[in-house]
Design a protein around this ligand. Sequence first.
Ligand SMILES: Nc1ncnc2c1ncn2[C@@H]1O[C@H](COP(=O)(O)OP(=O)(O)OP(=O)(O)O)[C@@H](O)[C@H]1O
Ligand SMILES: [Mg+2]
Length: 225
Amino acid sequence: MILKLNKIHKQYPSADNTEAVKVLENLNLEIHQKETVAIIGQSGCGKSTLLSLIAGLDSPTTGEVILDGQSLQTMNEETLAKYRSKQIGIVFQRFHLMPHLTALENVSLPLELSRQRNSQQQAAQTLETMGLGHRKNHFPHQLSGGECQRVAIARALVIKPALLLADEPTGNLDEKTGEKLSDILFDMVESISMTLLLVTHNHSLAHRCQRKLQLRDGSLHETMD
Ligand SMILES: Nc1ncnc2c1ncn2[C@@H]1O[C@H](COP(=O)(O)OP(=O)(O)OP(=O)(O)O)[C@@H](O)[C@H]1O
Ligand SMILES: [Mg+2]
């Protein structure tokens, strides 16, 4: 799998419809299979925006997101949905768990949507890996912030995605739980040749990635920080 971002510009209309908010400007990126990349940058610089473009949840104002030679901008909704459900795991900054579904049901949902067998068992196993075997039947409002975060990660990983996009995956976790989680992520990179693109303020997590990129003034810059 090769992901390429070609001359991406992204702007949002301003709240009062005057001047547009320019977020990404002439951003380029190329990521190869099994690469691990950390994106860092100040609050509001456009990190979550960038992930949503790569996930095909939003479109760039101009420029292209190209996966294995095919531009997401040329795909119809159906193809795009297939791409997301089969190839991409997304951990949202605000989790987006389904409030009326239990932890187990949240994690098994992507498997059920793609009609896979044994979805409950696979979901249970993934939750177990996340240290949440004892919380399977809890609803999101009965879980702590860090537990919700781990359910969200389990839901992204259960489909064994070719590409995992993770927005602050350790944001709500203590150091020890955060490290355990990094071990799980990097094990998956090895075992299923997963490509990992994460946004993080966690230095030790960023350091474990092969590349560190800073998002600044709308584009990405290699950094050693
Ligand atoms: N739907 C939207 N409409 C208008 N402006 C938006 C929209 N989404 C984001 N923005 C603006 O775009 C900028 C980038 O937002 P984004 O969420 O990508 O930042 P971020 O780098 O993820 O920040 P943080 O580290 O705080 O999560 C912000 O200034 C934000 O206010
Ligand atoms: Mg963000």
